[in-house]
Design a binder for this molecule. Sequence first.
Ligand SMILES: *[C@@H]1O[C@H](CO)[C@@H](O)[C@H](O)[C@H]1NC(C)=O
Ligand SMILES: *[C@@H]1O[C@H](CO)[C@@H](O)[C@H](O)[C@H]1NC(C)=O
Ligand SMILES: *[C@@H]1O[C@H](CO)[C@@H](O)[C@H](O)[C@H]1NC(C)=O
Ligand SMILES: *[C@@H]1O[C@H](CO)[C@@H](O)[C@H](O)[C@H]1NC(C)=O
Ligand SMILES: *[C@@H]1O[C@H](CO)[C@@H](O)[C@H](O)[C@H]1NC(C)=O
Ligand SMILES: *[C@@H]1O[C@H](CO)[C@@H](O)[C@H](O)[C@H]1NC(C)=O
Ligand SMILES: *[C@@H]1O[C@H](CO)[C@@H](O)[C@H](O)[C@H]1NC(C)=O
Ligand SMILES: *[C@@H]1O[C@H](CO)[C@@H](O)[C@H](O)[C@H]1NC(C)=O
Ligand SMILES: *[C@@H]1O[C@H](CO)[C@@H](O)[C@H](O)[C@H]1NC(C)=O
Ligand SMILES: *[C@@H]1O[C@H](CO)[C@@H](O)[C@H](O)[C@H]1NC(C)=O
Ligand SMILES: *[C@@H]1O[C@H](CO)[C@@H](O)[C@H](O)[C@H]1NC(C)=O
Ligand SMILES: *[C@@H]1O[C@H](CO)[C@@H](O)[C@H](O)[C@H]1NC(C)=O
Length: 503
Amino acid sequence: MSAFKFTVLAIAASAATTCLATNITVSTTTSNATSLDPSLVSFSIEMDHWADWAGTLQKPNRYTQALLKNIAARTGQPPSFRVGGDTEDHSVYAPQYQIVNDTFPPATNITPWPEATNVSIGRDFYSLSANLPAGTKFTWGINLKSRNVSIAVSEAEALMKAFQSLHTVSLELIEIGNEPDLFPWTSSEDVYIDEWLNVTNAVAEAIHLQKGRKPTLQGAAFAGTKFNMVNLINSGLLTNGSGKYISTLSQHRYQGTFCYGGGGLIQDLMNKAHIRGNLSKYEPDIAATNKAGLDYIFGETNSYSCHGAPGLSNTAGAAVWGIDYSLQAAKLNITRCHFHNGLGYKYNFFQPISGVSDDGVNNTAPHIMPLYHVLVIVGEAIGHNGRSSIQELTIDDTYTSGYGIYEDNKLVRVILINSQLYLSSDAGARPQTTISLQGLSSNAALKAKRFSIPSADATKGLTWAGQSFETPSGIPNGHVVEETVHAGNFTMNATEVVLLSLH
Ligand SMILES: *[C@@H]1O[C@H](CO)[C@@H](O)[C@H](O)[C@H]1NC(C)=O
Ligand SMILES: *[C@@H]1O[C@H](CO)[C@@H](O)[C@H](O)[C@H]1NC(C)=O
Ligand SMILES: *[C@@H]1O[C@H](CO)[C@@H](O)[C@H](O)[C@H]1NC(C)=O
Ligand SMILES: *[C@@H]1O[C@H](CO)[C@@H](O)[C@H](O)[C@H]1NC(C)=O
Ligand SMILES: *[C@@H]1O[C@H](CO)[C@@H](O)[C@H](O)[C@H]1NC(C)=O
Ligand SMILES: *[C@@H]1O[C@H](CO)[C@@H](O)[C@H](O)[C@H]1NC(C)=O
Ligand SMILES: *[C@@H]1O[C@H](CO)[C@@H](O)[C@H](O)[C@H]1NC(C)=O
Ligand SMILES: *[C@@H]1O[C@H](CO)[C@@H](O)[C@H](O)[C@H]1NC(C)=O
Ligand SMILES: *[C@@H]1O[C@H](CO)[C@@H](O)[C@H](O)[C@H]1NC(C)=O
Ligand SMILES: *[C@@H]1O[C@H](CO)[C@@H](O)[C@H](O)[C@H]1NC(C)=O
Ligand SMILES: *[C@@H]1O[C@H](CO)[C@@H](O)[C@H](O)[C@H]1NC(C)=O
Ligand SMILES: *[C@@H]1O[C@H](CO)[C@@H](O)[C@H](O)[C@H]1NC(C)=O
């Protein structure tokens, strides 16, 4: 098989006559692309409002189901769910309740939807997992922070018992402890290992974990980089006691914080160099984790921590960020990115129930937010063959990034991301970039789907390949529009994403 080469020529055409050209050579075959997990873009759900996402046993949340089925139709399987977060360490199993008894602190301006301080997990709570589409894989969180073996064991036993009678969804992983590096007494990786083993050895025995069988364990779930995976592995976590059941190490990652208000600029969030600068520092941890035979994931991530920044996390620009960020993570072999969601959070994929305000609007209906398009578009880029892989295109341009997607080592799709800022307040014509795929016949007709965005600061009016997902049912509206573009010459708008199919 001859390795065809073709080149992407990006011409940043300003209103004047200057043309800046960048050529990128891509092999149409590869032997060195990184495998893509179909669930690369997945969910992390704060535990307190789990029943709002899932619905009840009598009344499953049909809106959630419809939105997740849209993704399963694209990647062949629904996104994975981690249910936990901060509230996992404030939870107890309390079978006197049917679903849950949450205790919430008062709302504030910065935190209109605070996390529960106490979550009493009722009898049906874990079983609501079956309301999600068939094939959904779960990671459930268990309380470590209370350092109370009986709390952790009773949660784990109830969890196992629930999943034993669920046949459409599966319990893939158990995470014991969220962000233990922030526990005030956890001074080192060694202390974490000691406290984790104290609780987890008892859990593993109670629920009869077996090596090579699911569920396995997810370790670390660190908030920061004060502790790292290299030290964790060197300190013997994986070889001591129940450490042998660990299959996955999880790191949490946010790009900034809204914990004290403030925020950031959309152009800084979706900036190509920032995305790469922020992710490359995890490479030693990823390598050490993979060398130990484990998966490395972002078990909780999103734009700005403490539920997102208004005017940033809930914008179309954040969706452009999320596409480049998750694909860049995949390229580095971060197997999955679990984007954190909670009721009313500004960085959600969607709000699952009515009556939730975000960005000052009290929406009377459940609704998607711009970030939902990351699930759809990255899902389509990955495709449903189950064995696709990714290689980044080297593009010598400040604003254009791109990736080749391979199946059986043959290039099948190219996704291009233009992160040049275009705001609703910008006067004058929207900047455009002319792209030329060279090496293919310049007349070669490619199918193109566009992520059309009114402006980077828009929160509504986004479409993907002509369809709107901003519908009451979650079922997209309109027909799929696939443009035919010529490989040698087509344009992209500032703040836009295009997916090209070669076949
Ligand atoms: C891009 O490649 C074409 C031919 O492959 C070449 O003519 C052109 O000079 C290149 N442009 C740049 C900026 O390197
Ligand atoms: C394969 O990919 C890795 C990671 O992207 C890179 O470091 C390495 O140089 C590549 N090897 C070859 C032979 O291209
Ligand atoms: C429940 O809340 C009380 C009072 O805030 C607190 O002392 C206790 O630790 C909480 N329990 C858990 C499991 O977090
Ligand atoms: C829920 O838990 C809180 C304590 O965290 C308690 O005060 C309250 O009575 C409980 N609610 C019910 C309905 O039991
Ligand atoms: C552990 O939790 C149980 C149930 O909440 C409680 O009865 C027990 O006192 C706790 N044990 C310790 C050592 O705190
Ligand atoms: C295994 O863990 C136990 C309990 O935390 C600790 O006492 C022991 O030193 C550890 N052993 C090794 C080989 O790390
Ligand atoms: C582990 O358990 C032992 C025995 O209960 C206790 O002395 C020790 O402090 C615990 N370690 C941590 C880090 O919680
Ligand atoms: C990380 O991203 C933030 C904004 O998202 C940016 O301000 C910062 O400079 C980036 N850091 C690096 C090392 O690129
Ligand atoms: C990526 O991680 C997986 C485990 O999740 C491992 O099997 C694979 O070898 C890693 N790939 C690379 C290129 O390091
Ligand atoms: C939003 O509106 C609904 C229905 O009118 C109401 O029940 C709910 O309390 C409102 N929520 C907020 C946060 O204002
Ligand atoms: C690209 O297409 C535009 C309009 O269709 C045309 O004006 C331009 O000359 C073409 N450029 C090249 C390099 O073919
Ligand atoms: C570019 O954006 C403009 C203005 O938002 C829009 O009218 C046009 O259809 C877009 N063009 C492409 C190729 O996406």
